[in-house]
Design a protein around this ligand. Structure first.
Ligand SMILES: NC(=O)c1ccc[n+]([C@@H]2O[C@H](COP(=O)([O-])OP(=O)(O)OC[C@H]3O[C@@H](n4cnc5c(N)ncnc54)[C@H](OP(=O)(O)O)[C@@H]3O)[C@@H](O)[C@H]2O)c1
Length: 283
C-alpha cells in the first residue's frame, strides 16, 4: 500500500489527525480544501491516483444535531455527503473507508453485532445510519462501527482532566455502558483491514476490555492521573433533568468484536490505552 494513494478527509478531526501520523505521505484535506457537502467539489476533485478514501469527517455534535440548524448540517455532512463519496468511490474504483457509530442503535441490546437492524434514537444517529446505507452502495467499502472516540481533540478524557485541574468534583452518568475507543486503535484496525485486503463490509472497531459506565471511566481517569477528585453517580435521566435540547443516547454501546478478531486482529484493552493517553496528556 502506497500512502500517496490515500486521501484522508476530515484531516483535522480526532481520527483525521491520528490517520495523518500513520500515513504521513497521504493527501490530507480539511473542510477548507474539500467541503464534502459540496457535490460539485467532490465530483470535480482530482481523483486520479487515489485508491483509498478514508472519510474521517462528520458532524459529531450530538446535541447540536437536535437544533433546527444543526439537524440540517448533520444530515448534509453525515448522510448526503457520504452518498457523494460513495458515488465517486464507485465511479473511480476507489476503496471507501467510513466510520459509523453505536448511536445508530437504541442500545437495548447489550452487545451489538454488525448486522443488528438500525434503531437510532437521535438526529445524529439517524444521519449516521443514512450515511452507512449510502456507503453500502460503493462496491469496495469498509464501514468501521465504533464508539466513545478519544484522540487529539475535544473528548471526555480531556474534559474530566480539565475539571480535576480546576478542583471540580463532577457528577457523571452511570447507566450508559460502553468501551472507550482510542484513535490509535481505530487506525490500527484500518491498517489491518487494508494491509490484509480483508473482505469488504462492516466491522465493529472499538478497544476491548471490561465495559464501563462514564462514571467508572471518570474514576479511572482520576486514579491514573493521580487526582483526588470525587465522582457523583447520576442516571442519564437525573443528569438531563430540566435541560432542554438533549439528544437521547443509547444505554448500551458495547460492540461485539468477534468478526474482527476472527480476522486475526488482537484488540488493545481500553484501560491500557487510557494509561498511555493520560501519560502523554499530563507530560
Ligand atoms: N467522537 C466520538 O465519540 C465518536 C463515536 C462514534 C463514532 N464516531 C465517528 O468517528 C468519526 C471520527 O470522529 P471524530 O471524533 O474524529 O470527529 P471530530 O473530531 O468531530 O472531527 C470531524 C471532522 O470532520 C470535519 N468536517 C465536518 N464537516 C465537514 C465537511 N462538510 N467537509 C469536510 N470535513 C468536514 C471537521 O473539519 P472542520 O473542522 O475542518 O470542519 C472535523 O475535523 C466520525 O465519523 C464520527 O461520527 C465518533
Amino acid at each position: 500500500m502506497n500512502d500517496k494513494q490515500i486521501l484522508i478527509i476530515g484531516a483535522n478531526g480526532q481520527l483525521g489527525r491520528a490517520l495523518q501520523k500513520q500515513y504521513p505521505g497521504a493527501v490530507a484535506v480539511d473542510s477548507n480544501v474539500l467541503d464534502i457537502t459540496d457535490r460539485a467539489a467532490v465530483e470535480n476533485y482530482h481523483w486520479r491516483g487515489i485508491k483509498i478514501i478514508i472519510n474521517a469527517a462528520a458532524y459529531t455534535n450530538v446535541d447540536g444535531a437536535e437544533t433546527s440548524d444543526g439537524r440540517v448540517v448533520a444530515w448534509k455532512v453525515n448522510a448526503t455527503a457520504a452518498s457523494y463519496l460513495s458515488q465517486v468511490a464507485k465511479d473511480n474504483d476507489i476503496t471507501l473507508i467510513h466510520i459509523s457509530t453505536d448511536y445508530v442503535f437504541d442500545g437495548t441490546n447489550h452487545n451489538h453485532k454488525e448486522d443488528e437492524p438500525y434503531s437510532p434514537l437521535s438526529v445524529y444517529g439517524e444521519s449516521k445510519a443514512a450515511g452507512d446505507i449510502a456507503v453500502f452502495l460503493a462496491p469496495k467499502h469498509y464501514i468501521l462501527r465504533t464508539s466513545w472516540v478519544i484522540g487529539d481533540g475535544n473528548n471526555f478524557v480531556r474534559t474530566m482532566l480539565g475539571l480535576a485541574q480546576k478542583g471540580i468534583n463532577p457528577s457523571v452518568v452511570n447507566d450508559q455502558i460502553g468501551i472507550l475507543t482510542f484513535t490509535s486503535e481505530l487506525v490500527r484496525t484500518i491498517n489491518h483491514l487494508l494491509s490484509n485486503s480483508l473482505p469488504f463490509g462492516t466491522y465493529n472497531a472499538t478497544n476491548d476490555g471490561e465495559p464501563a459506565s462514564w462514571a467508572d471511566i471518570a474514576r479511572a481517569i482520576f486514579k491514573i492521573a493521580g487526582f483526588n477528585t470525587a465522582v457523583t453517580d447520576l442516571t442519564t435521566e437525573e443528569y438531563y433533568k430540566g435541560k432542554a435540547g438533549i439528544a437521547p443516547r443509547p444505554l448500551n454501546s458495547v460492540m461485539d468484536l468477534t468478526k474482527l478478531h476472527l480476522t486475526g486482529f488482537k484488540s488493545q484493552d481500553w484501560y491500557n490505552d487510557l494509561e498511555s493517553y493520560i501519560k502523554q496528556e499530563v507530560a
